[in-house]
Design a protein around this ligand. Sequence first.
Ligand code: NAD
Length: 364
Amino acid sequence: MNITPLDVPGYEKVARAEDPETGLVAFIAVHNTALGPALGGMRLWNYRSEDSAQWDVLRLARGMTFKSAVARTGLGGGKSVILADPADKSERLFEAMGRFVDTFKGMYITAEDVNVGVADLMAVKKQTAHVTGLPQEVGGSGNPSPYTARGTFVGIQATVQAAFGSADLDGRVVALQGAGSVGFVVGQMLKEQGAKLYVSDVNLENVERAREELGAEIVEPADIYGVECDVYSPNALGATLNDKTIPNLKCKVVAGAANNQLEDEDRHAAMLKGRGILYAPDYVINAGGIINVSLELQPGGYDEPAACLKIDNIGQALTSVYETAKREDITTHAAAQEVAEAVLAEVSTAQGPDSDSHEAGTTA
Ligand code: NAD
């Protein structure tokens, strides 16, 4: 396998691997390990070019630094991408990727992401110990989605509290975009609390399930933005908050699990603020999955009750973001960045300017 280190300013370690035997072409990026080893998923995608794969891995790794900092997982930020067609997935490919992950010696720890599931990670595990998100039967923390949903629900409650002065969801109207692994469970929790649901999804089975089990009113995918509601909850795609959709929103709160909801982070956060809509920063509200996985790295191993207690802190994390945003008259997105940077600065101050950087694998 040929591994080429890449010098990327602002990143601790980035490398490209090419393995002629298996056809693997992949990147791993470690953005920051000040708080602990860099944990982030492994994505497999049919990228248009190596440049777009590299752009993606860098952006995602940096995002993981902020997500883990605010969630106080004791982890840093990293990510990996494999350039391949999902149809060409093979055990040999993931074993090769496992060898690449292992060259980071624990500085990078991998997990599931788009097009990479538990079976693929079991192949990765044959070549490296630095893998999380495995089934509970083999000591892992299992599927992260229910935990992401739990955190998202707690986050919706905290955001409704901040916007309306009460966290009570009874009678609140929620427009849910995407009723998949996370969105459906969020919908169940909302329904239990008496919320009225509007749902859009492009998958007909998920639409039927939402109609039958959530009692949801179904709307066309393009119409979900204009639903008259208290909360718009994006749980499907990225970049759904943009120049076209924000003017249509008829809600007071945006709070959902989707990654990278703002097409342009600063500008669209400002547009939402300008419209008086309280936006729950995506990487704060959707941290339940990473928090859950981080518990696998605790000395005693995975502990579900401890994970749930920590996930429930997402409500408090959001509340302090909203307080900062209000006090400083800045967007909630900017406030979340401030909180993340403050957490990172606490560690560099505690370590002192001359201390060695964090030793991978010791504090998560
Ligand atoms: P999923 O694929 O199970 O569900 C997504 C749902 O959105 C599907 O039902 C899909 O049909 C639907 N959808 C796709 N395009 C749509 C459209 N245009 N309009 C309406 N619905 C559409 O994925 P998931 O695991 O539930 O994740 C949902 C979001 O949350 C993603 O953005 C993901 O990146 C993010 N997220 C998930 C986790 C996790 O633990 N699963 C963690 C953090 C963030």
